[in-house]
Every structure is written in C-alpha cells, then in structure tokens.
Design a protein around this ligand. Sequence first.
Ligand SMILES: *Cc1c(COP(=O)(O)O)cnc(C)c1O
Length: 361
Amino acid sequence: MTCIYNFSAGPSMLPKEVIRKAHKEFKNWCNLGSSVLEISHRSEEFLNLIKKSKQDLRTLLKIPKNYTILFFHGGARGQFAAVPMNLTKKNKIVDYIDSGYWSRQAAQEARKYCTTNIVDVISTKKRKKIILPMKKWVIDNQSDYIHYCPNETIEGLSIYEEPNFKNKKIVGDFSSTLLSRKINIKKYSLIYASAQKNIGTSGITIVILKKKLIQNNNSLTPSILDYNIALKNNSLFNTPVNFSWYLSSLVFKWLKKIGGIKEIEKRNIKKAKILYKFIDKSKLYKNNIHKNNRSCMNVIFQLRNEKLNNLFLKQSQINNLYALKNHKVFGGMRASIYNAMPIKGIKKLIKFMSNFEKKNF
Ligand SMILES: *Cc1c(COP(=O)(O)O)cnc(C)c1O
C-alpha cells in the first residue's frame, strides 16, 4: 500500500499502531467472538475499558484526585452549551476570550444561557498576529468564569501561557490541544475536548473538571449534557459512542508506550519547528503568526501567488499529501500535524513544497 500522509484537521490521522490493533481486534474483541461495536456498554469487558481508559488518561495528564473525568456525546459544540448550562445562570456574566473562530463559536452558543463579556486578545506586532499576554486581558470582575481556547485550530494560533487569575474559574476548549503538550490541570476548573484531533475519532467528548463544581443543576439542562447526571451514571446515562471510546483507549495506551506527554511534546515541537523554519525561509510560502503564538498542531501558510493554490492542492494530493486546504472560513493552506503525524510526513511535505516552489515560482 502506498504511504499516505493525511494532514486533515479532524477527523485526523490515527497512529498506525492503533489502526493495526483495531483492525486485528475488529471481529473478535476480548475473545468474545464479537466486535466491540456489538457489545453492551454495560458488559464487564466494556466497563473494564472505561475504567482503564480513565486511569490511563489520569496518568498521562497527571490529573489530581479532586478532578473527575466525564465522557459525553456531542463533541466540543455540545460542550459549548453544556458549560454555561452547568456552570452559570441566565443573568450572570461570563468572560469569553476571543482568539479566533472556535472561541467565537463557543461564545455565540453561551450567549443563549448567560451574558457574555467578549474579550478581544488578538493584536499585531511587526505585522505578525500575536495574542496579548494574559495580564492584559480585560476580565469582568463579576464574571462567573473565563472561557478560552488554547489552540485555535483554524487560525493556527496557540496560547502557551497558562492562566493565573486569582479566584476565577478557568474553562478551556482543549479540542486540538489535549495530549499534545504538558498542561497543569490545576490551573483549570474545567477542560473539554472532542476526540477527533489527538484522542481518537469523532464521537466521544472528554470533560475533566473539579468535582466540587458539580451540583444539582437547573431543570432545563438536557440530561445528556448534565454533569451531575453523568457523574452519577459513570458517564453511561445513555448508550455511549462505544467505538470512539474504544479507539481513544487504544490511543492512550499507545501514548503511554511511547513515553507519554513528555515524549510526544518533544516530537511535536520538533515537527513544527522544521516546518515553520522552511516556510520562513521560502519565497513562495508565508505564515503571519508571531513565533510566540504559532501552533504546533495546525501550521497554516499562504502562497504568495494565490493563483497557484489549486495547482498546489492538486499536486500535493498526487504526491500522497492529503487535506492541506484550510477551512473554508479562512482560506489558504493548513497542515494539521497532530500526535499521529510522524516526522517523516513533515519531511515529505517540505520536500514537496520545496520542489513545487522551484518549479512554479
Ligand atoms: C474541532 C474543534 C471544535 C469542534 O469540535 P466538534 O467536535 O466538531 O464540535 C471546537 N473547538 C476546537 C478548538 C476544535 O479544534
């Protein structure tokens, strides 16, 4: 089989080893003679999977005891609604940091359930996009929590600084951040992530939160998004997305085996570094993000001659480099280089980009 490198932003490439294992077990999981797709979520085997996946995630992220891990359907967008419904009330103010498309989408959803104070944090420095340091964020004194997104998947912008706001609850959309680098869970009250970037495939959604935040909720919160109900039911209030959960459990095992977050972070930094270095040196490609805020997960770039866009996409595809087109709301190119993307894939991409430039520019 030809080797394809898939730069899709999500659902994205999975580790080869995980795919191989899932393939091998597909028809006969845990020696049950059935696929994991056909097994009750209340069976001993599946309950074991749940238990083990939580333990592995706890180990990987060093999640303290006073935090709980919940699993939901509905992706990150489900949590855009669940967070305000569970953590605040209609007449309360919450801070929503605006750093790009996804944080804006989160704020738009939250507006249905509370009053949002939108905090613009995008600035420019020497014609490069930069995120203001947290001490310059204009937070409302009265706000119930601060919501932000540490990696804007579409703009290729990352916030590496960790929050330090006195007496404020911090909520983070970690959909394209979780498991890619070290984070200090204690800095957050709640973080959530859909799985299709670094965790597995779409379906399962992870919420890690301080236990003491969970309370009896207002009666209008749909039960499937209610943290209290999820906690009481071991995240099995209704039938879970079992295959997505299963794949995530394989990803956790794979990550542990290769050396955990420390090792993957090292690899991710290396991958991003060589790609940005190449872009910065080239005459055809450009990236307009300040080095402090460049994403190691989603490397965006534009072609200085936009007429070459279609040719670039066509030829990259022929060269087995897939899905380099950025989201339609933004345009340009994006190489999503999540945990599963090997360094070989980056080298192949650079070689292609370099040849393309020589031939066409
Ligand atoms: C992909 C993504 C989302 C959307 O996730 P869904 O699971 O499709 O709802 C939200 N936020 C960020 C940061 C993302 O990368």
